[in-house]
Design a protein around this ligand. Structure first.
Ligand SMILES: Nc1nc2c(ncn2[C@@H]2O[C@H](COP(=O)(O)OP(=O)(O)OP(=O)(O)O)[C@@H](O)[C@H]2O)c(=O)[nH]1
Ligand SMILES: [Mg+2]
Length: 453
């Protein structure tokens, strides 16, 4: 379902989450990819431009920095997309309920009836359907077959050509059910005859819900359909079918919100159980592959952040001590280890699949070794790691004390120095002393050898 859009958005959030520097070129690239993916999914172009403009502004806003900026951007993207999906509405069944299906020819009305029948009978309701499509010869047989297959009562009259008469014929019988599903005829296009027929049916059946059924690949045209049907009869919601078979479902989904009718259900296949209640929030989480982003953000925010703040300040000022490295390592650990972080980060779920357990374990072990090594250093050594290079006996002592190898400590010092250079240059750049190109070169160099902290 919207796989292409989903992977494009995941890629964008990945880039945001992993960016060493969110510079203009990177942001431009991310925004372009997002625009392309949203437009390909048929989301209204002006909506797309509006969203991406906001993302760009926030990304280049100098007031927000570091991890906060990345969080902010991902949240902004999430909120903006949620905004265009609109809100859904939960359908609470009363004592007696009648749902009427409306829609163009082949939209999926009859199939959706069998899905709704299953959905509500599974929840303990007594469901019946009535076939009022008197125009398509095979329509009533189709409904009857669906009823037999999924075990719900179906009322049809193949001889009668007046839907009102059919309704009247079964009205009393139908009153024994909790939920009556009314199937109506489709048309090639919206015509007056169809409108007056549905008005008449609506008047006599007096539905508690009137659903407009639209197929997802109708795209932006959904908005016009929703408006016209809303004017003719009070539609209370939209059901979008064939979400599984088009990459352009973004159009229908967002257009309904613009027409001010909520999407209530989505059809995700041909089978009776292929129906979901549409919940924008969880739909979006799935689309973004966000895992448990919310709880990750909460944890990051609730960390005992004094140490982190100090080290971030140092980093911004171009100073980096081993203490800062330690603070970063500890913060990573207290969130719950590499694995937890990776599974919670948007898009990283996939990256996690590519990393073998052994590699991950090794990475975690390395981080732990670095932390233990720093814990075995004297204050003097922490503040002046150069001492370790001058007096190798210190390295041996620390290795022994921390239960790590001297190679580990040498690797730590090497990476600390690279990190320190990077930090110095970053700070120099923000004060205009170094150009972006040199810095990016360094970042790439660092990334290759990278110690991911
Ligand atoms: N892939 C997929 N196919 C669907 C879905 N919903 C319906 N269909 C298919 O769409 C076709 C038309 O569905 P119907 O339920 O007959 O449509 P209708 O609106 O009742 O059509 P008319 O009664 O002719 O106006 C059928 O082949 C269904 O199997 C869906 O969510 N996914
Ligand atoms: Mg039908």
């Amino acid at each position: 379902m919207l796989d292409k859009l989903s992977s494009a958005i995941k890629k964008a959030t990945d880039k945001i989450a992993n960016a060493v520097f969110l510079d203009k070129t990177l942001v431009d690239g991310i925004v372009k990819e997002l625009q392309r993916a949203l437009i390909e999914a048929d989301v209204n172009v002006s909506l797309v431009l509006e969203i991406t403009k906001k993302i760009k502004q926030a990304a280049l806003d100098e007031r927000i920095k570091g991890i906060e900026k990345r969080e902010h951007l991902i949240k902004l993207l999430h909120d903006e997309l949620l905004g265009i999906l609109g809100e859904s509405r939960e359908i609470k069944l009363g004592k007696k309920n009648t749902f009427m299906m409306l829609g163009l020819y082949g939209a999926g009305k009859t199939t959706t009836i069998s899905k709704l029948a299953l959905y509500y009978s599974k929840r303990g309701h007594k469901v019946a359907a009535i076939g009022l499509d008197v125009h398509r010869p095979a329509a009533s047989d189709q409904l009857k077959q669906l009823g037999e297959r999924s075990n719900f009562a179906v009322f049809i009259d193949k001889e009668e050509k007046d839907p009102i008469k059919i309704w009247k014929k079964y009205e009393k019988e139908l009153s024994k059910y909790d939920l009556i599903l009314v199937d109506t005829a489709g048309r090639d296009s919206l015509d007056d005859a169809l409108i007056s027929e549905i008005k008449a049916i609506s008047k006599i059946a007096n539905p508690t819900e009137t659903f407009l059924v639209l197929q997802a690949d109708i795209g932006q045209a959904a908005q016009k359909q929703a408006r016209v049907f809303k004017e003719a009869v009070q539609i209370t919601g939209v059901i979008i079918t064939r979400m599984d078979s088009t990459a352009k479902a973004g159009g229908a989904l967002t257009a309904c919100h613009e027409a001010k009718v909520p999407v209530i259900f989505i059809g995700t296949g041909e089978k009776p159980h292929d129906l979901e209640h549409f919940e924008p929030e969880s739909f979006l989480s799935r689309l973004l592959g966000m895992g448990d982003l919310k709880s990750l953000m909460e944890k990051i925010q609730s960390l005992d952040s004094e140490k982190l703040k100090q080290s971030q300040k140092n980093i911004q000022e171009g100073k980096l001590t081993l203490r800062d490295v330690q603070a970063q390592l500890e913060s990573a650990e207290s969130i719950g280890g590499m694995e937890k972080i990776m599974s919670m980060m948007p898009g990283l779920g996939k990256a996690r699949e590519k990393i073998t357990d052994a590699q991950l374990e090794q990475q975690q072990k390395k981080m732990k070794n670095y932390k233990n090594a720093i814990n075995s250093m004297t204050e003097e050594e922490i503040n002046n790691p150069e001492l370790l290079e001058k007096q190798t006996t210190r390295i041996q002592r620390i290795a022994k004390g921390a239960g790590v190898s001297t190679t580990d400590i040498r690797a730590l010092i090497k990476q600390y120095k690279m990190l320190q250079d990077l930090v110095k240059n970053q700070s120099a750049m923000s004060s205009g002393k170094i150009d972006q190109k040199t810095l990016m070169k360094m970042a790439r160099k660092f990334g290759k050898k990278g110690m991911r902290i």
